[in-house]
Design a protein around this ligand. Sequence first.
Ligand code: AMP
Ligand code: MN
Ligand code: MN
Ligand code: MN
Length: 281
Amino acid sequence: MKADLIDLHIHSNYSDGTQDIEEIIDISASIPLKVISITDHDTIDGINPARNHIIKKQYPLDLITGTELSSKYGNLDVHILGYCFNEEDEQFTKILKFYKEKREERAYKIIDKLSDNGIKLTIELVKSLADGGSIGRPHIARALVQSGAVENIEEAFSRYLGYFRPAYVPKEKMTPEQAIQYIHQAGGIAVLAHSGRYLTDNMLNEFITFGLDGIEVYHPIHDNKTTYNLLKKAKENSLLVTGGSDSHGLAKSDTYIGSIAVPYLFYEKLLDSLKERKDKS
Ligand code: AMP
Ligand code: MN
Ligand code: MN
Ligand code: MN
């Protein structure tokens, strides 16, 4: 029998992935994966369409609510994954709306800076590429390619949109502590994304005091040794373990849906922990 596999880290075109929700669901069902989560950056807008598509096609595929929140920890960009939160939670929806609006304001500022550099882009083009979702630099990069200002996405970042480039505008960011709190107050589980990228013992201890529930252990940037060490750290600190492909469709072609083998067992542990929390309250 084939192992039951899950992928708890997938981006759609509601953030900076290139695939739409229906395509992602169809691919996941065809692999077949047992459980997935759409974890778009700072938005949960893709969740409902995903659920509807699964129901419409009657796929035997479980979907858990997800998002990947962008936070700032000193100079470090730290991503916090949220799972199994109540997507209708008013406070959470409000917070996400605030950051989405901030991203739109930032897009206007970037367009202004591009204009100072002789490049005319319209907000309409950028918004249409974001398809109603949260606007990110990848959408602006695609607009620059479409308008012929640059040859490709890489050039858009290296000439204009990257750090220290003329049209760089920083994002409004929450702290990791806030991210964890926001997820918790909506009933969810907070997990440190691609934890091998930045995890130190000090950071882990601090985040545990913030209430961090788990760390992402299975991720394409982690080699076997990193994965092993992270599993050990999770165990030592009684943290949940999660993982996923971090697929962005064609926007990051070195990873794709289902490409990381994440054992189903960790999904069961996540559900157990949620149940335990409910029983306690
Ligand atoms: P934002 O959240 O709007 O600042 O956009 C960040 C996203 O831009 C990252 O998640 C990447 O997907 C993408 N990105 C950042 N730097 C580059 C780059 N040099 N080339 C291509 N994509 C990039
Ligand atoms: Mn991304
Ligand atoms: Mn990330
Ligand atoms: Mn991601």
